[in-house]
Design a protein. Structure first.
Length: 142
């Protein structure tokens, strides 16, 4: 990953949100946070072209993870999303899977587990864009 990636982290639990934000910053990721689904959608509306990854709590009051993801996908259908949850059997998670989330990380998790997921999800996107740029700039037949 050549550039510093931008992540939108959404969790209604303030303690968890601050903890996860610190975990990500420790691994040199740029992190913006939102305290609930409505706050996340409002923020995402303004900056979605700059967001590389959304880390989204499944179970939240108001807009749950599934509803929040649906609203963000209306703005950017290709947004990469990592769902985080303590309850693997939550109905909202099943809908998020149908919407094509990129991964699920079960709470509690370590800083290394979180960073590992983030790197795996961001790397293909950046490798693909670097390859596309290379093929545009260089003609292999010359």
């Amino acid at each position: 990953m050549s550039e510093r990636s931008s992540i939108l982290l959404i969790d209604d639990n303030e303690h968890n949100r601050l903890l996860y934000q610190e975990m990500l910053k420790k691994h040199n990721f740029h992190v913006a946070t939102a305290c609930d689904g409505s706050d996340a959608v409002h923020f995402f509306t303004m900056v979605h072209p700059d967001i590389d990854l959304v880390i989204l709590d499944v179970e939240m009051p108001g807009l749950n993870g599934s509803e929040c993801l649906r609203a963000m996908r209306a703005l950017n259908p290709e947004i990469c999303c990592l769902a985080i949850t303590a309850h693997i059997d939550h109905p909202s998670l099943a809908d998020m899977i149908k919407q094509g989330i990129s991964g699920i990380l079960r709470k509690p998790f370590s800083s290394e587990e979180l960073a590992g997921w983030v790197r795996r999800l961001l790397t293909p996107k950046q490798v693909e864009s670097e390859y596309s740029l290379q093929t545009i700039e260089e003609d292999p037949f010359e």
